[in-house]
Design a protein around this ligand. Structure first.
Ligand code: PAF
Length: 289
C-alpha cells in the first residue's frame, strides 16, 4: 500500500497507471474508518484496477469549529484497516496541500442545498463539493464511491459532476448497519453507552416507516400526501419519546429534489432523519420506493 501526501507525488504514481489503461477508483473519506468505508473499498475493488482512498478532515465543510476539533483522527487504526483491505493507495494530504491560500468557492447546487442538512449546517455542501472537486482533480478517478448514509451529500456531488460535466462515475453504496440497526458512522464513537442504546430509535423509526409505507401503498386508493404526513408524524413521535434524543427532522421526500413529494408520486421516495443523541448529531435515511 502506497502512502502519499502530495498532489504531485500522487500524479506521478497514477499517471503511468492511467496511461497503461488501468481503471482508477477514488474512495474519499475523513478517516475514522469503519465497516461502511470498507464496503466502499471492496466495491471499488470490484469495479476498478487501482483503489485510492483519501483521508482528509476537510475544514471547509465544518460549520462548528468545535466539531472540527473533536473529529476523530485515529490514523494508525485507519491505515491498519486499509492495509488489511488491500487498498492500493492512501492519499493523506496536509491542509496546506489542499488549501495553499484563501480561496472562495461557490457553485450552484440547486435548492436542495438549503434544506435538511443544508439548513442545519449552513455552507456545508459548498465545503464538501469544494474538497471533492479538489480530490477529483488530484486523482482523476474513473469512478468515485460514496455511502448512501449521506444521502444529500451524494445528491450534491452528483449535481456538481453534472454542472462541470466531470468525467467521473459516482457509485452510491448501501448503508452498513450495526446489529441493532444503527447506521455506521465515524461519529458513533462519541456516543455514551446509554446514548448508544437510544440511538437505535432512528433506524427503528425508518424501518417502521418503510413497513407502514409498504402497507399503505398496497391500499387500492394508492398513497396520499395525508398518509405520508401521518407516517412522518408517527416517526417523529416515536423518536421524540426516546430519552436523550433531540429530533432535528424526520421527513419523507422526493429522493431527487429532497422536497415533499407531489401528490401521487409513489416512486423514488426516501425517509431522512437527523437527531442529536446526547451530544452527538446523527443522520440516517432509508429508500422507501
Ligand atoms: O463523507 C465524508 O466523509 C466527507 O464529506 C467527504 C466526502 C470525504 C468530503 O470531505
Amino acid at each position: 500500500m502506497e502512502l502519499i501526501n502530495t498532489i504531485a507525488a500522487l500524479g506521478a504514481l497514477l499517471r503511468p497507471l492511467r496511461e497503461a489503461g488501468k481503471k482508477i477508483a477514488l474512495v474519499p473519506t475523513m478517516g475514522a474508518l469503519h465497516k461502511g468505508h470498507l464496503s466502499l473499498i471492496s466495491r471499488a475493488q470490484e469495479e476498478a484496477d487501482i483503489v485510492v482512498c483519501s483521508i482528509f478532515v476537510n475544514p471547509t465543510q465544518f460549520t462548528d469549529p468545535r466539531d472540527l476539533e473533536k473529529y476523530p483522527r485515529p490514523l494508525e487504526h485507519d491505515l491498519g484497516m486499509l492495509s488489511e483491505a488491500s487498498c492500493d493507495v492512501v492519499f493523506m494530504p496536509a491542509v496546506q496541500e489542499m488549501y495553499p491560500g484563501p480561496e472562495q468557492w461557490h457553485i450552484d447546487l440547486g435548492p436542495a442545498e438549503f434544506v435538511l442538512e443544508g439548513e442545519f449546517r449552513k455552507g456545508h455542501y459548498q465545503g464538501v463539493t469544494q474538497i471533492v472537486k479538489k480530490l477529483f482533480d488530484a486523482v482523476e478517478p474513473h469512478i468515485a464511491l460514496f455511502g448512501q448514509k449521506d444521502f444529500q451529500q451524494v445528491l450534491m456531488i452528483e449535481q456538481m459532476v453534472a454542472r462541470f460535466r466531470l468525467p467521473v462515475r459516482i457509485i452510491t453504496c448501501p448503508i452498513v448497519r450495526e446489529e441493532d440497526g444503527l447506521a455506521m458512522s465515524s461519529r458513533n464513537i462519541h456516543l455514551m453507552p446509554e446514548d448508544r442504546r437510544h440511538a437505535a430509535v432512528l433506524s427503528k423509526a425508518l424501518y417502521d416507516t418503510k413497513a407502514s409505507f409498504e402497507q399503505a401503498r398496497s391500499n387500492p386508493d394508492g398513497l396520499s400526501r395525508l398518509m405520508l404526513e401521518t407516517l412522518e408524524a408517527e416517526a417523529r413521535r416515536q423518536i421524540s419519546a426516546t430519552p436523550g434524543v433531540e429530533l432535528d427532522y424526520f421527513i419523507i421526500a422526493d429522493g431527487k429534489t429532497l422536497m415533499p413529494p407531489p401528490e401521487g408520486l409513489e416512486t423514488g421516495l426516501v425517509a431522512l432523519v437527523a437527531a442529536k443523541v446526547g451530544s452527538t448529531r446523527l443522520i440516517d435515511n432509508m429508500i422507501l420506493s
